[in-house]
Design a protein around this ligand. Structure first.
Ligand code: UDX
Length: 467
């Protein structure tokens, strides 16, 4: 099939590359000539496992084109995916300017029946806006051209996006019930058929429900995380182990084990933005989404939990203290720093006078940019932040190791070397990577999120104080 993807950001690029990989003829459009230049010279602007390989393959086979040519892009695809950004507006609602600009272009230049697919995460009712915008442009041209707008939200996880696209657990397609809608539905069904070999994962529904599904899914997942984080903090207070509790409740199939990991808070481009946008949609319809208000508040507080534990241990004033930080990206296998908990933690440490040596396997460049922005008004604090190229280089002279992202490389470190390098064997783990009992036996004072082995820790603290 001939496909156009408008927007070569994270979602657009993965969608385009994966659809080309299975044999479609894909044209990717972006207004940013620098991005297109990078892609045309063999680069990939984002870090996503497996993506470069499939892009290279399809480009070599002539099935994947990158261009800034709007007219050519609209002429190319029978199906036009809109995968542009929907950044949050000041009030938290999704900004639809880029989506509607893409719709305007399509209306201005389309000739022949087109299916327009909303792939960007957009609030309920956006397909109607897109439809109206295209009709308006066609009206200006005095044209009566049939088209149909489909909602096809993505459920890609960063770091596993190619795999998620190739092996989806569901494909949500929202289409209209009129004739053009049915035609669109059939074409979408054909387009996604190769991903449905073993059993059909396609869920057909009306457009509004499809739009809503995306927000509902992310809001539900964010709720699980905030709820577990709240339980973990309570577990710390009562002396229970949240990991045992997770297994205890996850064994109930109605609950399940996934997405119940307590930690330093959720980040990324989706959960924070989508939770806020859904709260905003509620407000537009006169509904307060009380649970989601709490989900957001709990997450904001959770990003402070590590700094609270650190100041509880070392005092509010951290002048002269030094900390090693492992993990900067908001989660492993990505270099994405958007809303990463490491940003809140490191800024708080620096502002209290501490020095920080930080390491991340892939996000250091992105982190440099993020902290330059976060600390632009506090050059003195900024000057106490250094990035190192190796996880062990962060340790020498540090008063404690802080773990913020659960990269695989952090899961089984050389604990003896760790102990020797640190000023004192103290670890604050925002991702619960190690067994508290084992850490206690190794002589570490080990602070976790909800795995409080208070007595073991107190013993370790005593040993460290006596040494
Ligand atoms: C998410 C959705 O999973 C995906 O379906 C949607 O399309 C986009 O948003 P993503 O943001 O890439 O994907 O990451 P995800 O793996 O879902 O993690 C989100 C955040 O939640 C991360 O900060 C992660 O550390 C945190 N998290 C996740 C937890 O704190 N605990 C968990 O148990 C799971």
């Amino acid at each position: 099939m001939k496909i156009t993807i408008v927007g070569t950001g994270y979602v657009g690029l993965v969608t385009g590359a994966c659809l080309a990989e299975i044999g479609n003829d894909v044209f990717c459009l972006d207004v940013d000539p620098r991005k297109i230049d990078v892609l045309n010279s063999g680069g990939v602007p984002i870090h996503e496992p497996g993506l470069k390989e499939i892009i290279d393959r399809s480009r070599a086979a002539g099935r994947l084109t990158f261009s800034t040519d709007v007219v050519a892009s609209i002429a190319h695809g029978d199906v036009q995916f809109i995968a542009v950004g929907t950044p949050p507006s000041e009030d938290g609602s999704a900004d639809l300017n880029y989506v509607l600009a893409a719709a305007r272009d399509i209306g201005r230049h389309m000739n022949g029946f087109k299916i327009i697919v909303d792939k960007s995460t957009v609030p309920v009712g956006t397909a109607q806006h897109v439809r109206d915008t295209i009709s308006q442009e066609l009206g200006r041209r005095g044209m009566r051209q049939e088209f149909s707008v489909v909602s096809n939200p993505e459920f890609l996880k960063e770091g596993a996006a190619v795999d998620d696209f190739m092996r989806p657990d569901r494909i949500v397609i929202g289409s209209d019930s009129d004739e053009a809608g049915q035609r669109a539905r059939d074409m979408m069904k054909r387009l996604y058929a190769p991903f449905n070999r073993n059993h059909d994962r396609t869920l057909h529904m009306d457009v509004r429900s499809a739009e809503f599904t995306k927000y509902a899914a992310n809001a539900m997942l964010a709720t699980r995380i905030s709820f577990m984080n709240e339980l973990a903090n309570l577990a710390d207070s009562v002396g229970a182990d949240i990991e045992a509790v997770r297994r205890g409740i996850g064994s109930d199939p109605r609950i399940g084990y996934d997405f119940l990991y307590a930690g330093a808070g959720y980040g990324g481009s989706c959960f924070p933005k989508d939770v806020r946008a859904l709260i905003q949609t509620g407000a537009e319809y006169g509904r307060t989404l009380r649970i989601l208000d709490a989900v957001e508040a709990v997450n904001d507080a959770q990003k402070q939990v590590l700094i609270e534990k650190i100041t509880h241990r070392f005092g509010e004033d951290l002048t002269g203290r030094s900390f090693a930080v492992w993990g900067l990206a908001f989660k492993p296998n990505t270099d994405d720093m958007r809303e990463a908990p490491s940003r809140t933690l490191i800024a708080a440490l620096l502002q209290r006078g501490a020095s920080v040596k930080a390491y991340d396997p892939v996000a250091i460049d992105a982190a440099r940019g993020a902290f330059a922005l976060d600390l632009k008004d506090d050059p003195a604090a900024h000057s106490r932040l250094a990035f190192v190229k190796n996880q062990h280089d962060a340790l020498p002279g540090a008063d404690a190791l802080l773990i913020v992202t659960e990269w695989k490389a952090f899961k089984s470190p050389d604990f003896t070397a760790l102990k020797v390098a640190l000023n004192a064997p103290i670890v604050f783990d925002g991702r619960n990577l190690y067994e508290p009992a084992v850490m206690a036996d190794l002589g570490f004072e080990y602070h976790t999120i909800g795995r409080s082995l208070q007595h073991a820790n107190r013993r370790a603290q005593l040993r460290i104080a006596q040494a």
